[in-house]
Design a binder for this molecule. Structure first.
Ligand SMILES: C[S@@+](CC[C@H](N)C(=O)[O-])C[C@H]1O[C@@H](n2cnc3c(N)ncnc32)[C@H](O)[C@@H]1O
Length: 231
């Protein structure tokens, strides 16, 4: 379903493009982020009651949604039409919609568990849709996430900033870190990984060429899952 009103689109084709969606799908299908999906599931199952309402904001092509939705009544949305189309094709359980995180087509207090995995954190809207006593789980990159890729792209790469952010109406419960090393000798995988990062848009041409030509990559990867309870 497309529930994004025209006046809220702000661009002809908002969100990730078809190319970015295809790149992410190729990369994720190789299983490099499987440990992150496992950890997301563990953190969620530690608090979420089966049968509750699960909502995935900025779900992409549903890589995490498909697993987190098991045993839940599940809904997911993304502002990118291509991402939602890809997600809905592969999953008969979850109801997918094109919609934006800053204007969620969901009633107040209707979600028991909401996730935003590497997608925008619309704290005010999240506070509205998560019921009191419900949960919010976000995923953010660790300081060294993709440092090896940055070394390949840039002469002086820098680490991601570590932040502890509180959101009004939510109590921060815990932060669970999962780290690993990604190694590949496939140029196709390196290009796909590059295309799904913000560096794809920000990098000078020279860096893009390095990614396009790279034949091997070894890089640290890491996600922090941060769990909040709605007060
Ligand atoms: C890095 S991707 C993460 C996708 C998915 N959660 C995953 O981890 O595989 C970020 C996603 O957020 C979506 N997005 C960007 N702005 C958005 C917004 N305002 N509302 C909803 N989704 C948005 C993009 O289209 C993209 O699919």
């Amino acid at each position: 379903m497309n529930l994004l009103p025209v006046q809220k689109k702000h661009a002809k084709d908002p969100g990730d493009t078809r190319e970015m969606v295809d790149a992410r799908r190729l990369f994720l299908e190789r299983g490099f982020y499987e440990p992150f999906r496992e950890t997301a599931g563990e953190v969620m199952r530690s608090v979420a009651a089966p049968g509750g309402v699960f909502l995935d904001a900025g779900c992409g092509e549903g890589y995490y949604t498909r697993v987190l939705a098991e045993g839940m009544r599940s809904y997911a949305f993304d502002i990118s039409k291509s991402a939602v189309r890809a997600a809905a094709k592969r999953d008969g359980h979850t109801l997918y919609a094109v919609a934006g995180s800053y204007d969620i087509p969901f009633g107040t207090g209707e979600a028991d568990f909401l996730t935003a995995i590497f997608s925008p954190i619309a704290a005010e809207e999240f506070r509205r849709v998560v019921r009191p006593g419900g949960y919010l789980m976000i995923a953010v990159p660790t300081e060294r996430h993709l440092f090896g890729l940055k070394k390949l792209l840039y002469d002086s790469p820098y680490e991601n900033e570590y932040r502890e952010t509180d959101y009004p109406g939510f109590q921060r419960l815990r932060r669970v870190r999962r780290e690993g090393v990604l190694e590949t000798r496939e140029n196709e995988v390196i290009r796909a990984l590059f295309a799904m990062t913000p560096y794809f848009w920000k990098s000078p041409r020279e860096a893009s060429l390095r990614a396009a030509e790279a034949e091997s990559l070894s890089t640290e990867i890491g996600f922090d899952f941060i769990l909040y309870r709605r007060e």
